[in-house]
Design a protein around this ligand. Structure first.
Ligand code: DLL
Length: 436
């Protein structure tokens, strides 16, 4: 396998030097954090008057976590560590409750973020010869602009098309022979279901790679997309609080995502107790950003559940790898007392060959009990057969789900195009219990 680097020195740095670099950057970050009212209060309580008070990385564990609520309460400027005139860009997410959180970047911050993205893109084997169609939303969301500048830095031809307008996406892919797309997995699934309508087969495209991110997806979904389009798909993880995409990205080996440890201190904690867990143990990902002066964030609780691999990757990069996101501490469904993660359901349905490109999870209250319904779209040809075949398929899917999540769901089979489609992040769970 060909392995290319954007910054070989940093990407393959031995672990001891990498830790030293983290400590130096962490000290600077603490100094910077002391410029904000929020962290000044907190760090003084922890007896930190300057970054030099930090003896080593372990000392970080003595500091309290930062949460999304802290960000909201500090809105708009409580976590800003530079003069506002130094800020060249801000990004924001409205979140489900509507209270915004905002992230600020100086020009240097932006340059360092862009570099992480260039590094990520090159790790997947892309070069300046690629034609890159960026189908993520541009704007306050970080997915669009983040990869846009990363792509330009690598020298790819960047098509800043943004999300939506499927017909135009397909036409542009054909017109400019797009070789790589950046897209949510749900939208890439959806585009496939519409190719025929626009007289296009996957072979008519020049696509070779996809960067998939911004939402959870299973290994089975990746495989499905790779098969449907004949491409390599790479998982990409990030969150606006940590700049956006470019926190962790898969390399050509596609065995989980290198998390860029020169830019982030990574911890996995037990979400209930806050205790730091070892590599290999599943828990909540906690990140400290080391490369942002405008807005430092220390020990930020992402709510994403994952684990770390420490074993070396064949590509030679020394930065540890982050597993696929297994769920979120806040997306677990409790159905008649049983804990179910939507990711478990996705894993099952996407492995069923008859299932097409869309599904939905619905939970209702029926009397005193919860009822789980899993709705899947199946390929049109399935509806031409006998009804008994459909019943058997339904039973087979229900049985596979029961084996994974231990409860019995109702399964509904639908024709393509019936369930809501998404051009950005998908919202697959409809929990009708909350409205009662
Ligand atoms: O979604 C940043 C991003 C854009 C990442 C484009 C990758 C590609 P937010 O809108 O703040 O930022 O949402 C962050 O999305 O905490 C995860 O729960 C989820 N998420 C992002 N990437 C993945 C992924 C962007 N590859 C939240 N797998 C995160 C699973 C993901 N979940």
């Amino acid at each position: 396998m060909d392995v290319a680097f954007w910054n070989r020195e940093i990407e393959t740095m031995d672990r001891r030097r990498l830790t030293e670099l983290q400590v130096t950057r962490l000290r600077d970050t603490l100094d910077q954090a002391l410029h904000t009212p929020f962290y000044r209060r907190r760090l003084e309580k922890a007896q930190i008057q300057s970054g030099q008070d930090l003896r080593g990385l372990e000392d970080l564990r003595t500091l309290p976590f930062t949460t999304k609520d802290d960000l909201r309460q500090s809105f708009p400027f409580g976590l800003l560590a530079v003069d506002f005139s130094e800020v060249v860009r801000l990004h924001s997410s409205s979140g489900t409750t509507g209270v915004p959180t905002v992230i600020y970047l100086t020009q240097d911050d932006l340059d360092r973020w862009t570099d992480l993205l260039a590094r990520s893109i090159v790790a997947t084997g892309c070069t300046s010869k690629d034609v890159f169609q960026n189908m993520m939303t541009y704007g306050l969301f970080t997915g669009g602009l983040g990869l846009h500048y990363g792509g330009e830095r690598v020298g790819m031809t960047v098509i800043p098309i943004g999300g939506g307008n499927t017909q135009r996406q397909i036409r542009v892919m054909k017109d400019f022979k797009t070789t790589v797309v950046h897209i949510t997995p749900s939208y890439l699934l959806h585009i496939h279901s519409r190719l025929a309508e626009f007289d296009t087969r996957p072979e008519d495209l020049s696509l070779r790679r996809a960067f998939l991110g911004a939402e959870p997806h299973s290994e089975n979904t990746r495989r499905k997309l790779e098969d449907l389009y004949g491409i390599d798909a790479y998982n990409s993880y990030g969150l606006s609080e940590m700049n956006g995409p470019g926190v962790a990205f898969e390399c050509v080996y596609k065995q989980d995502m290198h998390i860029w440890e020169d830019a982030y201190v990574v911890e996995i904690i037990d979400p209930a107790t806050g205790e730091v867990l070892d590599d290999g143990q599943k828990g909540e990902l906690v990140l400290t950003i080391l490369t942002r002066r405008a807005m430092p964030l220390l020990r930020y609780r992402t709510r994403d559940l994952a684990f770390l691999h420490a074993e070396p990757c064949p590509c030679g990069r020394t930065h540890r790898r982050l597993s696929r996101i297994l769920g979120r501490t806040d997306d677990m469904l409790i159905i008649n007392g049983v804990n179910v993660f939507p990711s478990q359901i996705e894993e099952v349905v996407m492995a069923v060959p008859e299932v097409g490109t869309n599904y939905q999870i619905q939970v209702d209250k029926v009397g005193a009990l919860d009822r789980l319904t899993v709705k899947v779209e199946i390929y049109p040809k399935m509806f031409t057969g006998e009804a008994a075949l459909l019943d058997r398929l339904k039973a087979r899917i229900a049985e596979k789900l029961r084996a994974s999540i231990t409860i019995n769901p109702r399964v509904e089979l639908h024709e393509p195009g019936v369930l809501p489609a998404f051009e950005g992040k998908a919202k697959r769970v409809v929990d009708n219990r909350q409205e009662m």
